[in-house]
Design a protein around this ligand. Structure first.
Ligand code: MG
Length: 163
């Protein structure tokens, strides 16, 4: 595999694990507020991010590339509000989308077809990853300061199951 592509794919493992860590930190914030449904949503999100990391891990191994793990940064822990958490989620996913798009561009440049097919899954996944927090933020706009609305949204997010 092209050296730059291999290096950036290795870095993506760390980025996905950081995502898992960030969502786990958000889950802890919601648990602390007894918003167990929102905590459930974030814990599932964290598990998915770990799976994303493992997809890159396995792909690199399958391609005969040495996996090199980097340090995972400390995630934010103090969030101002429920809305602030989902705003940070959306902003974070946008940076991940940019990172995946960058990998795709490199793979195109070096005409690495297996990488392009592999990365196609992530391109689709990022559409979903940006859609979900966008929808939650829209609902929070309707809810505003209404606590009954917060409880209802918490219940809705509590119904999320890992697929
Ligand atoms: Mg991810």
């Amino acid at each position: 595999m092209d050296k730059k592509l291999a290096k950036e794919m290795n870095a993506q493992i760390t980025k996905e694990l950081f995502s898992a860590y960030l969502y786990l930190s958000m889950a802890a914030y919601f648990e602390d507020k007894s918003l167990t449904g929102m905590a459930n949503w974030m814990k599932i999100q964290a598990k998915e991010e770990t799976e994303h990391a493992m997809k890159f891990f396995s792909f690199l191994i399958d391609r005969g590339v040495k996996v090199e793990l980097d340090a995972i940064a400390k995630p934010s822990a103090d969030f101002k509000s429920i809305k602030a958490v989902f705003q940070e989620t959306l902003a974070h996913e946008k940076t991940v989308t940019a990172s995946i798009n960058n990998l795709y561009s490199i793979a195109q440049k070096v005409e690495d077809n297996p990488s392009l097919v592999f990365l196609g899954w992530f391109i689709n996944e990022q559409v979903e990853e940006e859609k979900n927090p966008t929808e939650i933020l829209a609902k929070l706009e309707y809810i505003r300061e209404d606590s009954a609305g917060v409880i209802m949204l918490d219940k809705e997010l509590g119904a999320r199951v890992k697929d």
